[in-house]
Design a protein around this ligand. Sequence first.
Ligand code: NA7
Length: 547
Amino acid sequence: MSEISVDEKKTNSAAAPLKLDAAVIGAGVAGLYQLHLLRQQGMNVKAFDAASGVGGTWYWNRYPGARFDSEGYIYQYLFSEELYKGWSWSEKFPGQPEIEQWLNWVADKLDLRKDIQFNTRIRSARFNEATERWILTTDSGQTIDTQFLVTCCGMLSAPLTDLFPGQDSFKGKLYYTSMYPKDPVDLSGKRVGVIGIGATGIQVIQTIADKVDHLTVFVRTPQYVLPMKNPKYTPADQEAYKARFKELAETLPRTFTGFEYDFENKWADLTPAQRREVLEDIYADGSLKLWLASFGEIFFDEDVSEKVSEFVREKMRERLKDQRLCDILIPKDYGFGTHRVPLEMGYLEVYCRPNVDVVPVKNNPIARVTPDGIQLQDGTEYNFDVIILATGFDAGSGALTRMDIHGRGGRSLTGEWGRDIRTTMGLQIHGYPNLFTTATPLAPSAALCNMTTCLQQQVEWISNCIKYMREHNLKVCEPTREAEDRWVKHHEETAAATLVPKTVSWYMGSNVKGKPRRLLSYIGGVGTYRQKCDEVAAKNYEGFAMH
Ligand code: NA7
C-alpha cells in the first residue's frame, strides 16, 4: 500500500536513524490517543501507520455495509468532554464513512497529523541490549531508534489471505473485506460469491443482496444473529446523549464489557415467565445487550446457555421460515454468545430473495478458486464475476507475529507466540523490555469489550507507567517471568470457568492453522481488569521490573 517513491526509499535507507523517545505503531483509536498522551508529556514521539490516513480498523474495513455494532456515543473517547461533545453522530450505529470522518476530525482537533508518518509499515523491531533501545526498520528501509515502543495495531488487523488454492487464477475481481478498494466498486449486474458469515460477512451480505444480479453465500458454521435497531439522530437526540457524558465516562470503564449496560438479572431468581419477559424486553432493544447484559449465566451454565440459545433460535426460525434455510443458518452445537454475536439489519430475510442462494460447505468444503469461480470438494463449481472474502483475521497475535520482533537475547516473538501466546496483562511481554502493547492477547479486547473503552484504559495505563519511569529516572521496564506466569494462570483459570473455551472460533485462535489454542481476550470483566491494572500501578508497578 506504500505510496513512497523509489527515490525516497533509497534516501531513507541511507539516512541516519530517526531518534525518538517513543514510537507508536498504528494510527487508529488507540494509536491516536497514545500519541496524544505521550506528546503531552513532552516526549519526542511519532506514530507510524501502513495506511495513507488515520483510522486503523476504520480505515481498512471500508467494505459495503461496514458499521459499528457498538453505539456510536459509547465508542467515543471519554478523556475530553469537549472532544466528546464536539462530534455528533447521525444515527445510533454509524457506518464506516462516518467513523473514518470522526477519527480524522479527532486527529485534526488534537493536531496529531504532523507527528504521524503514513504509508509506513514497520517491518522489524529489535531490542539492542547495549543501548537498551529498540531499532525499528520500515518497509522503505528507514531506521528508527527509540527508547519505548508502543504497539497500537488493533486486535483484528492481520487478515487471513490466500486461504484457497487458485485465488490468483480467478478472472473476475476478488476482494478482501479488510482491504476493500477506496474507489467505489459497482456490483450491479454482477454474479457475486461471498465466503464468510461472521460480523463482517453479514454486513456485506445484507447490504449488497439487492444491488447484485445474483448472490451466493458459502456457509460453514452457522451464526447466531440479533437484529439491530438503528434510529437516525435528530439534534435533540444528539443533545440527549451528550448530556450523559459524565455518567458514561463514570460507568463505561467499570461495566463487565465496557458498554453502558451490565448484567442486572439473575436467572435463578426469576420464574420462566419472568425470564421470557426479560429476554423479550432486551431483544427489543436492538443492540448487543441480549448478549452482554441479559443473564451472565449464559457464559457459565450449560442449561441457561441452552435456554437463551433456544430463545434466539426461535427468533431466527420465525424470520427464516424455510426449513432448509433454518438447517443451514441456525446454530445447534454451540451456545449463544460463545462466539462474537453480530447485529444485523434484514440479514436473514436476504436468504428469502430469489436472487440469493446459500451453499453449505461444512461437509463439502471449498476446495479451490478456479478461473471462473469457486469449486467445492465434490467438484461442484459456481461461476462468479466477483468474489468477496470475509474470512477473518489472525486475531490478537497476528499483527505482532507478522512483524519481525526480537527481544532480549535475540528471542523472537513470532517463534515464542508460535508455541504459546503469553503476555503480562496484555500490556507487556517478558523478554521484551520497553515494548508496551494494546489490543494484544490476555487483556479484554474486541471479543468481549467495547473497543474504545478497553483501548483508552490501556493507553492511559501505558502512558502513566512511562510517566512514572521518567519521573523516577528509570529507563527500562519489563515484567518478570513470575508476574507473567501469575497473569497467564489467572487468565486461564478465569477462562476455564466459562463455556467460551469450548468454542471453535477466532476467540480461541482456532481459525488459524497451528495457532496455539488459548482464549485470546481476558474474560474477567473490563471493570475488574481495570482495577487489577490500577492496583499494579498503585504498588509502583508491582511485577514490572524497572531500572
Ligand atoms: P470471523 O468472525 O472470523 O468470520 C470469518 C468467516 O469466514 C466465518 O464465517 C468463517 O467460517 C468463514 N470462513 C473462513 N474460512 C473459511 C473457509 N475455508 N470456508 C468457508 N468459510 C470460511 O471474521 P469477521 O471479519 O466476520 O469478524 C471478525 C471480527 O471483526 C468480528 O468478530 C468483530 O469483532 C469485528 P467458520 O466460522 O470458521 O466456519
